[in-house]
Design a binder for this molecule. Sequence first.
Ligand SMILES: [Zn+2]
Length: 325
Amino acid sequence: MSSISRRDFVARSGSCAAHLALAAIVTPDTLRAAWARTALGPVVAREPFGSLEQVADGIWALISTPLGGDSTTVSNGGIIAGRSGVIAVEGFNKAAGASWLATKSRELTGRWPTHVVVTHYHGDHANGVAGYVVADNASSPPPAVRTTERTRDLVVQKNQPADPARTTTIQGSVPLSSTEPTTIDLGNRRVRIVPRSGHTDSDVSLEIEDPSVVFCGDLVWNAMFPNYVDAIPSRLATSVKALRRDRATLYVPGHGALARQPDFDRYASMLAEVEQAARKAYQQGTSAADAGAAYSLPSSLGEWTLFNKVFFERAFAAWYKELGG
Ligand SMILES: [Zn+2]
C-alpha cells in the first residue's frame, strides 16, 4: 500500500481483475511463488499467465497466475471434452487468453471448443470471450456461448473498456436458465450447468459426476480472500454449501490453485468466520471501515493471499447491506 492511496485502492479495485492486479503490489513473493507452484495434476502447458493442468481424462483446468504480472487470463477456467463436443470454461480477461485456450483444446482434443460457458459477468471471466471467434478457426463453426441473461446484460452494461467484438459475441449467447440446471451432452459425458448466486447476482457452476469435478466460478477462491464487491454473502454461503460433495472431488476455484476437500472446507470456514465477525460488529454499531480495519483472520485458517484491510472492509460492507436490509 506504499505507492497508492487507500482511496485510490478502494476505487480502482472494483473488479476482480483490478483486485488481483493490485494484490500483486501487496502480496509477498513467497506467497506468489507458492501459488504458482502448486499443481495437483500433470501440467500440459505452462505460460507466464497460468498453467493448464490435466485433472481427469478429457478435463483440464487452467490455473491462472496473474500475481506474476501477466493479465492475459487472470481467472481460472478450463476444458471439458467429450466424444461429440468440448466446453471451454470462461472468457478470460483478454481475447488472447480465450484464443490460447481454444488452441490448446484443438491440440489436446482435436477440436476447437463447441461451447463456451461464462460463469459470471466480471471482466476477468468475460472480457476476452470474443477470442473464441477468430480467423484461425476458419475450419470449424464458432462455439455456442452459454451464459445467463442476467450475466449477458451485465457484461454489456458494465464491463470496461467497451469492445464491440465482445458485445457482439455475448449478445449472440444462448441463455442458460436462471432457475433450472442445464445439461450439455458431450456424447460420453454430461455436464450440468447449475444457476447459483452470491459472488454476484448471477453465477453458474459446471458440475461433472464421474469423475467428480466441479468448476466453481468465483463462488470458491482457494487460499485467496475473495472479492465481495458484488457479493450477497448469505447467498454465497448457501451456494458454497450446495457445491460441497460428500465424496472425493476436485474443485476448480475461480482463483487460486485446484482444491480438494480440505481446501474447500477451509474456504467455507473462512466465510463463516467473516460472517460471525460482521454480525458481531454490526450489532455493536461499528462501521464497516472500522470493523474491517480492526479485523484479522484467525491463524487456524492458515495463510490467505490478499489480506489487505480493504478487502475485509468490503466483506463487512456486503454483510452490513444484508443485515440492514
Ligand atoms: Zn468475480
